[in-house]
Write a protein that binds this ligand. Structure first.
Ligand SMILES: [Zn+2]
Length: 172
């Protein structure tokens, strides 16, 4: 691994302060794949925004995070482990990319809530995961997952379908 990649890997590791996140969520190489999809600048921005991925379990759980730096902000991207097996690896990565985009582009900058959603979906789409964001939204609608409202999911699906980009498949 060259120096640049070593630095990127070092910064990426900082995003996972909860040991069990990677153990639990990398069984199909999703986190390793996510690493390859993000540029060093994007990883830098996530570190700057004090972003931490945490694993949660319904209905309630505790996460222990060590070495939290004092900062102006703490961005927690959480994923409920009970939904992990419901999603394919690509759908899971698509969801993580969407949440990462919310950190990178900020939600407060978009007075219209849907614009922030479109921008987050567009980021996942540009990384080759638009198709999988669509299928995760369809799953959420079909299974009536909390937060998957018909109106906003359908708007996001049609926006993504207007801008199809090459898809990315992972080996696992
Ligand atoms: Zn969102």
């Amino acid at each position: 691994m060259d120096l640049i990649n070593e630095q990127k890997a070092e910064k990426f590791r900082k995003l996972f302060k909860q040991e069990s996140f990677k153990q639990f969520f990398n069984t199909r190489s999703e986190i390793s794949t996510l690493y390859t999809l993000l540029s060093e600048e994007e990883v830098d921005a996530l570190v700057e925004e004090n972003t931490v991925f945490i694993r949660s379990c319904s209905p309630s759980s505790r996460a222990v995070l060590k070495d939290i730096e004092e900062n102006h902000v703490l961005n927690l991207i959480n994923f409920d482990q009970d939904f992990y097996s419901e999603l394919s690896p690509e759908e899971f990565i698509g969801v993580l990319l969407h949440e990462i985009a919310h950190v990178l582009f900020g939600e407060a900058n978009y007075p219209n809530h849907m614009d922030a959603e479109y921008i987050a979906d567009d980021f996942a789409n540009k990384k080759g995961f638009g198709k999988y964001v669509i299928s995760s939204l369809e799953k959420g609608l079909k299974n009536k997952w909390l937060g998957f409202t018909e109106d906003s999911c359908n708007k996001r699906i049609s926006m993504l379908k207007e801008n199809p980009l090459p898809t990315f498949g992972i080996d696992y």
